[in-house]
Design a protein around this ligand. Structure first.
Ligand SMILES: NC(=O)c1ccc[n+]([C@@H]2O[C@H](COP(=O)([O-])OP(=O)(O)OC[C@H]3O[C@@H](n4cnc5c(N)ncnc54)[C@H](OP(=O)(O)O)[C@@H]3O)[C@@H](O)[C@H]2O)c1
Length: 270
């Protein structure tokens, strides 16, 4: 994709999949704006993105914001647009993971998951759409394979990621008239700080299901996203295994359910 002198905005660009996207887009000559809460992580990420730049003309900037706070998002996005111009690509990667038995999942965690993963995308799209309308471009929302198949332990996370796909389908048809292409990314389990931090509360059943799916790298997911955007794909699913799971869930949902049930039974009966 021709990204030279184009701006790419990435929420959650300070870590994991968002950071890998920022590095790859910087390597194609784009100006980059990354958005996340933690200022130190933003600074470290900027150092690493800088190493991928290919020209002095690229602007690479980080902005601290909480995507779940609409006023914060409006203010910070206006500032970013005035500093580096409107986005040609907006990647909504900011997200909160976490696997819990529903019975021990606190209300606050459920609420926070929805506010970051669902409202966060609503807030950034609402803030940036007026600036993108004249110039077309792409919006990519990060969902998950857990956004088409509800997995043991992910009652909050899967609920939020199902919602991301629904919202993206609506945006896809609504924003066509502005020449804005909307995609939704469904990564499989990816080796990132989020994945590593889940272990503390992850039920054994979830660990067993995750283990059978394997793990890909953030760089692999970022490359698949960029290729998918180039081809103007709506649903972008990195890797053959992920594509098969989504296909099976659509045409023969009893099969992935039976496979997961068997794995869960094995763990529960020792
Ligand atoms: N890793 C996986 O296995 C996997 C699989 C499928 C889908 N995904 C999805 O991929 C996306 C990226 O995940 P990742 O694995 O790369 O996670 P990660 O390494 O933990 O990165 C998450 C990023 O989101 C930012 N963030 C979190 N809450 C935020 C908030 N309220 N406001 C602004 N920024 C916020 C974090 O920075 P701060 O904490 O500093 O704000 C960080 O930059 C998420 O949407 C996730 O659900 C991940």
């Amino acid at each position: 994709m021709q990204l030279k002198s184009k701006a790419v905005y990435i929420t959650g660009g300070s870590s994991g999949i968002g950071l890998a996207c920022a590095e790859q887009c910087a390597g194609s000559g784009a100006s980059i704006a990354i958005f996340a809460r933690d200022k130190k992580r933003l600074r470290d990420a900027l150092d690493s993105i800088e190493k991928h730049r290919i020209s002095d003309g690229q602007r690479i900037k980080g902005y601290s914001l909480d995507v779940s706070e609409p006023d914060d998002v409006d203010r910070v996005m206006r500032n970013a647009v005035s500093e580096i111009g409107p986005p040609f690509i907006l990647i909504n990667s900011a997200g909160l993971g976490g696997a819990y038995h529903f019975e021990v999942l606190p209300y606050r965690r459920f609420d926070q998951t929805m506010k970051i993963n669902v409202y966060g995308i609503r807030n950034t799209v609402a803030a940036l759409l007026p600036h993108m309308k004249g110039g077309g471009g792409h919006i990519a929302n990060v969902s998950s394979i857990g956004g088409v198949i509800g997995v043991f332990g992910y009652s909050a996370y899967s609920a939020s990621k199902f919602a991301v796909i629904g919202m993206s389908e609506c945006l896809r048809s609504e924003l066509k008239r502005y020449g804005i292409n909307v995609s939704v990314l469904l990564p499989p389990d990816t080796d990132t700080p989020m994945m590593r931090s889940e272990d503390a509360t992850k039920p054994e059943e979830t660990k067993a299901i995750n283990k059978s799916g394997g793990l890909v790298s953030a760089e692999f997911v970022a490359s698949a996203l960029i290729r998918g955007l180039e081809k103007r794909r709506f649903m972008i699913i990195p890797g053959f295994k992920g594509r098969m799971i989504v296909l099976l869930k659509r045409i023969l949902p009893a099969i992935p359910e039976a496979v997961m049930d068997r794995t869960i039974r094995k763990v529960q009966t020792g």
